[in-house]
Ligand binder design. Structure first.
Ligand code: PMP
Ligand code: GLN
Length: 413
């Protein structure tokens, strides 16, 4: 095994999909919608299949199908108040996953340090390792609250701790807002602090914004690349899978200044080369439609968060009724809940896993038919204990399935 792969294990996704296939639980684990995507999105693919243009079934431009980068260029130029050059400032990737990979492989060198905020989307750490970099972690801490509901805004970075992590070896910080799994939407003050440290230490910021449209309670999603001095040091990542509820399409992108995107293009051309043409064309047509109604109530980027907020509140209620303590997310489509008040109701002795949240989620899958994700998967080894009292549930699910989950927990004696 090459050194860069030593110590690698199957990710939580591979493990929990296998578990779901075996026990067939109600699956609130991996994040994907279980309902039909918007019909014009799937219809675009049907139209493309029948399109008279045969080239829609052949290779397209390696760095991104022109119609798609143009649509994205138009969208983000408006959102960030800066004219993007669609051909040079945007790269289309095989999901946000590949955008992360190309960014990290394209910028991190042997011995470079990368700051990762915990809990973190689990692939960040192995990708940094693959690039020969060194991950330095800082956990979000839950501000103690004795009463009232916990908000994702109560998960905060310790300012002094953050400052101490920056040094001459720091190459990059990876930010994820709205955040998976807490649902935290970083507020302006928090972003300004991160930006200040990036400028001071000449550090790149990778901003994983795949849940950019899913924000609730009127909270604003702020793109860190719009802060002073940040455009030239930020690579922002998005996902069509999240944006249009088609996670199986695996189309993503990265945008930023040409000189930074260039490195990603090199990794992309030497690994993936080009992404599927029909899917890129379909995403392009979908964006073109939404661009005509941006900000209007019927725009999917407005209707989706509106519908999700109702599901979020429904889930928060049934988890609380069951005795768990949920964190109410300001964004994303996941909810963290503290399950430790239910410890007496579960018998975890039969589960051989090392971490309590793994034991709990496996026990729940097998005995209650309800699957969640163990958040310790989103922590570095020394900090995994911070995730053990929690479970992550996904709420972008049909009402009937949320009802079933509520029922299962309600009937639990
Ligand atoms: N980043 C985060 C925070 C995610 O939750 C996900 C989940 N899929 C990804 C990146 C990867 O997105 P994609 O499915 O587009 O590869
Ligand atoms: N982002 C989703 C989640 O966190 C899907 C995971 C994945 O793409 N591997 O559940």
């Amino acid at each position: 095994l090459p050194k860069r792969l030593q110590g690698s294990v199957s990710s939580v996704w591979n493990e929990y999909i296998t578990l779901a296939m075996k026990y067939n639980p109600l699956n609130l684990g991996q994040g994907f919608p279980d309902d039909a995507p918007p019909s014009y999105v799937t219809q675009s693919l049907a139209d493309i299949a029948k399109d008279a243009n045969p080239l829609l079934h052949q290779y397209t431009r390696g760095y991104g199908h022109v119609r798609l980068v143009q649509a994205l260029g138009k969208l983000y130029s408006g959102l960030i108040g800066r004219e993007l050059n669609p051909l040079n400032d945007i790269l289309i990737t095989s999901g946000a996953y590949e955008a992360l990979y190309s960014t990290i492989m394209g910028h991190v060198d042997t011995g470079d340090e990368v700051i990762i905020i915990e809990p973190f989307f689990d692939c960040y750490e192995p990708m940094v390792k693959m690039a020969g970099g060194v991950s330095r972690f800082i956990p979000l801490k839950l501000q103690c609250k004795t009463e009232g509901p916990i908000s994702s805004a109560d998960w905060v970075l310790d300012d002094a701790e953050l400052e101490q992590l920056f040094n001459a070896k720091t190459k990059m910080i990876i930010l994820n807002t709205p955040h998976n799994p807490t649902g935290k939407v970083f507020h302006r003050k928090e972003l300004e602090r991160i930006a200040e440290l990036c400028r001071k230490w000449n550090v790149l910021c990778v901003s994983d914004e795949v849940y950019e449209w899913m924000v609730f309670d009127g909270v604003e999603h702020i793109r860190i690349c719009t802060l002073p001095g940040m455009w030239e040091r930020t690579i922002t990542i998005g996902s069509a899978g999240k944006t249009f509820s088609v996670t199986g399409w695996k189309i993503g992108w990265a945008y930023g200044p040409e000189n930074l995107i260039r490195n990603l293009q090199m990794v992309h051309q030497n690994s993936v080369y080009t992404c599927p043409t029909p899917l890129q064309e379909g995403v392009a047509r979908s964006f073109e439609l939404e661009l005509t109604r941006l900000g209007k109530p019927e725009c999917y980027f407005c209707s989706l968060p509106r519908e999700l907020q109702t599901k979020r509140d429904f889930m928060a209620k049934f988890l609380s009724d069951a005795g768990m303590r949920p964190t109410i997310p300001e964004g994303g489509y996941f909810m963290l809940a503290d399950w430790s008040p239910l410890a007496q109701k579960v018998d975890l002795s039969s589960e051989p896993d090392k971490y309590r949240d793994y034991k709990f989620t496996k026990w729940m899958t097998k005995n209650m038919g309800l699957q969640g994700i163990p958040p310790s998967a989103f922590y570095s080894v020394p900090n995994k204990n911070l995730g053990e009292d929690f479970v992550r549930y996904c709420f972008i699910k049909k009402q009937e399935n949320l009802d079933k989950a509520a029922q299962l927990l309600q009937n639990w004696k």
